[in-house]
Design a protein around this ligand. Sequence first.
Ligand code: COA
Length: 378
Amino acid sequence: MGAVIIGCGKSTPNLEIENDDLKALVDTNDEWIRTRTGIGSRHISVDETTEALAYAASAAALGMSASKHSDIASISYCAEPIDPESIDLVIFPTITPDSIVPSAAAALKKDMRLQNAIAFDINAACTGFIYGISVAESMMAASNLAAAQNGCKRSKIKRALIVCSERLSRLTDWNERGTCVLFGDGAGAAVLEWRDDEPGIIATYMRNDDDDTNALTCPNNFTAPQPFTKDGIDASASDVDEAADEVDAFFDLVDAIGSSSDRQVIRMDGQAVFKFAGKAMASCVEHVVEQAGLALDDIKLIVPHQANERIIRFAAKRLSMDIEAFQLSIEDTGNTSSSGVPMALTDALAQGKLERGDKVVLVAFGGGLTSGAVLLEI
Ligand code: COA
């Protein structure tokens, strides 16, 4: 018994930006980007929200028509339509939610009429899908198995939707060539079902290494005007409108300066992240395969975070595995953070690369520094 993937979907915003298009913004070129990253183009949201992309990917995973966001391109892998009311849990890993309250998960649940679901977000940066699917599987196992063993009654979770959606373009410094060529927007989703007669998810492995050198960061600068000093309330600062104007003026200035590290954009030490990523990816695959009591030869496909094709090739080499055993979907998406793994998994399934009974490893790394892997049977 276990949590089995019964549907997958992905969606991308309509605007596609080729590598050479970025020459209008920074000093770069197609050849540099392709050889260093494997990226040829990426999709960028102009007016598609994080939630709209999530809606389109989730509808694809549920095998239902996304009439509400039918203008957003999506790919679906789903044997038969899944009743939205049968979803008990929505977990939404994202670093780019449209709002803080409601959570992205709650907004999506309401919009898709997932009437019976509980819903919450998590932030594990690019490892979000791995953490999200691991948490969902734990909740499903606890509610379906442990109740019988220890008597603790939990709400039964039979079906869960894990949906990642990211608008990294909102957090990208489009003047910084070391980062802006890497990122793109998109969403990926998977539906898990607890089944008594199939193994589904066999092993999960999650990890968090300290980012001692701040190799990958993005600040959260928003603060409402504060009428406080160390001595208490400052009545003169209680004119909230005036204080708000000051805050706006400050951020206009920060934006104008452009190089300030206070700006709410992703900052990265590319080489430090590269070194961490290659090792972490290989080590997570080894851990999860060992935990499952299997060997690398038993794995049909590895679906890695799509951050850089060179990182994936580095991990393949470290594991002494053929690159053919890795799903490569980065060429027309770039790095879409947490969405990368479910988008690539949807590609692999839709391309017919996997059959029932095949064993697959999903693996990712990201800011935090998070990393992890999930081993499952299709
Ligand atoms: N176009 C052209 N030249 C560029 C460039 C671009 N977009 N970005 C950087 N360069 C230049 C650099 O300025 C440098 O020039 P110099 O030698 O004259 O100083 C040169 O290319 C090499 O830069 P470097 O940073 O050493 O390149 P790299 O081989 O490390 O590749 C990354 C850079 C970002 C592609 C790579 O480090 C990487 O992918 N890191 C991991 C990033 C990642 O995955 N982040 C997300 C984690 S979830």
